[in-house]
Design a protein. Structure first.
Length: 276
C-alpha cells in the first residue's frame, strides 16, 4: 500500500512499517561532502538515508542526522553488512559497529549487502536475530536475484521486507519484480539513474519533454509509479532538489509500458550471479 505524507510517497512494508519510496543513497561520499549532502537532503524533505558498512561513511551519516532538528522517528535509516563481515557472529558484531558509528539505538532497515557464497545462511540467521531482538525495524537483502531469493526460502523464517537490487528501465528484471510483488517484498532500486549514461536516449528525452521534466525525474517517477523504491545518489544540491521534485505529476500508463520496453540488460554494477 502506498500513501502520501509530508509531500512524498510512502510504502508499507510487509511488517506494517512505513518507508519513503524515494531516498538518498550515499555511496562514495565522504567527509564534509557527505555531511553537507545529507544535511541538504534532509532540509529538502528526504527522510530515507541509505548507507552501508562498505561505504565507510556511517560516521558522516550519523553526524548529519545529529545536526538536523528532525526527530529520529521521522527518519528511515538503512545500513548493510559488508561482504567481509558476513557469517553469524561477524554479522552481529558488524551491526553493533554500525549502530555505534551512526550514533543511533536502532536501524529502520538492515540488509545483507551481497549474497556471498558460503555465508548467506548464517548471515541471514544473524539478521533474523537482530530483527527478533527489536534492534532493526525491518530486515532484507541486497543484490538477491531470483536464484538467491528462492534459496532463501529454504531456510528463512522471516520473509525479507526489502530486496535492494540494480533496477532501471534499461535493466528491467521482470522476474524479480513479479517475485517480490507476489511475496510482499518491497523492491528497491539502487543506481536508478545509471549515473546519467542514458540521459541522451532520444526516447527518454521525448518523454521528458512531454511532461516538462528532466530524464532523471522521468526515470524516478517511472519507478515509484510502479511501487518501486529508489535511492539515487547525489551531493549536488540542485540535483537533490531535482530528484525530489517528482511528486507533482504522473506518467501515462502507455509511457510506463513503453519505458519497460527499454530493457537491454545494461548493468552499471557487477552481476550478483557471478557470486552464485
Amino acid at each position: 500500500m502506498v500513501t502520501s505524507k509530508n509531500n512524498q510517497l510512502y510504502t508499507h512494508l510487509n511488517n506494517g512499517i512505513e518507508m519513503p519510496l524515494l531516498g538518498l543513497g550515499v555511496y562514495d561520499m565522504h567527509g564534509e561532502e557527505a555531511v553537507n549532502a545529507i544535511s541538504d537532503a534532509l532540509k529538502i524533505g528526504y527522510r530515507l538515508i541509505d548507507t552501508a558498512e562498505m561505504y565507510d561513511n556511517e560516521t558522516e551519516v550519523g553526524k548529519a542526522i545529529a545536526n538536523s532538528n528532525i526527530s529520529r522517528e521521522e527518519l528511515f535509516i538503512t545500513s548493510k553488512v559488508n561482504n567481509t563481515s558476513q557469517g553469524y557472529d561477524e554479522t552481529l558484531k558488524a551491526f553493533d559497529r554500525s549502530l555505534k558509528l551512526l550514533g543511533v539505538e536502532y536501524l529502520d532497515l538492515y540488509l545483507i549487502h551481497w549474497p556471498i557464497k558460503g555465508k548467506r545462511k548464517d548471515t541471514w540467521r544473524a539478521i533474523e536475530k537482530i530483527y527478533a531482538d527489536g534492534r532493526a525495524r525491518a530486515i532484507g537483502t541486497g543484490n538477491y536475484l531470483l536464484p538467491f531469493l528462492k534459496e532463501l526460502e529454504s531456510y528463512s523464517t522471516i520473509v525479507p521486507a526489502v530486496n535492494q537490487i540494480e533496477f532501471t528501465p534499461y535493466l528491467f528484471l521482470k522476474d524479480e519484480l513479479e517475485y517480490c510483488k507476489s511475496n510482499k517484498i518491497q523492491l528497491q532500486a539502487y543506481t536508478p539513474l545509471l549515473r546519467g549514461k542514458k540521459f541522451d536516449d532520444p526516447r527518454l528525452i521525448s518523454i521528458a519533454e512531454k511532461y516538462g521534466k528532466t530524464p532523471a525525474q522521468i526515470i524516478l517517477r517511472w519507478a515509484i509509479q510502479q511501487g518501486i523504491s529508489s535511492i539515487p545518489k547525489s551531493s549536488n544540491i540542485n540535483r537533490l532538489k531535482e530528484n525530489f521534485n517528482i511528486f507533482n505529476f504522473s506518467i501515462d500508463e502507455a509511457d510506463i509500458l513503453f519505458m519497460n520496453s527499454f530493457d537491454e540488460q545494461l548493468r552499471i554494477i557487477d552481476d550478483p550471479m557471478l557470486m552464485y
